[in-house]
Ligand binder design. Structure first.
Ligand code: AMP
Length: 182
């Protein structure tokens, strides 16, 4: 988990390679469906276009199908999911159902922590047109509002890593933190 600009997608990709588990990004899965114009893609396109969350039932079902793939048997790294407590509860139920095939539980929730001023600076320097400081700060606030309950829900397995410095530094810190937890 991590706010916009924390480098979550980058770290998820690197960590999945280093840990040799599939990287499951719900954003990427949805974008693939939209790009491929699948039935699901047609259904979710308007949510992605408007930046709104796809309804939980649709999202959970897509994740359930992905987790049933055999490459998830030895573990997986979720990126962008769960986004709220309802999804987290559903994920727990799914993993219990898939048990036997999957025998899995969420071991660790990794949170990338970056001071807000640093995030604002990073995002401003990317220079996208809509990245005005007030918009960026609003998005940070939305992230915190949306995720505070989720961080609480996973407090027993939450590992928070400072995500400042180089990509390699952050990866090293994350791997260290994960090693002590798993
Ligand atoms: P992301 O790449 O994680 O920012 O996700 C891109 C878009 O995919 C989001 O704006 C949502 O429309 C959708 N999405 C990704 N993950 C979820 C999720 N866990 N729940 C609902 N919608 C999601």
């Amino acid at each position: 988990m991590g706010p916009p600009g924390a480098g979550k997608g980058t770290q998820a990709a690197v960590l999945s390679e280093r840990l040799d588990v599939p990287h499951i990004s719900t954003g990427d899965l949805f974008r693939d469906h939209v790009g491929g114009e699948t039935a699901l893609g047609v259904e979710v396109k308007r949510y992605l276009d408007s930046g709104k969350l796809v309804p939980d039932e649709i999202t959970n079902e897509m994740v359930r199908e992905r987790l049933a793939d055999s490459d998830c048997n030895a573990g997986f790294l979720l990126d962008g999911y769960p986004r709220n407590v309802r999804q987290a509860q559903q994920l727990g139920a799914m993993l219990r159902e898939l048990n036997g095939e999957l025998d899995a539980e969420i071991d660790v929730v990794l949170e990338l922590d970056v001071p807000e001023d640093e995030l604002v600076e990073r995002l401003l320097s990317r220079g996208r047109e809509d990245d005005r400081e007030s918009v960026i700060r609003d998005r940070q606030q939305v992230y915190r509002d949306e995720t505070s309950a989720l961080l609480e829900y996973y407090s027993d397995r939450l590992v928070t890593v400072p995500a400042v410095g180089s990509v390699d530094d952050v990866t090293a810190r994350a791997l260290d933190a994960l090693r002590t937890r798993t």
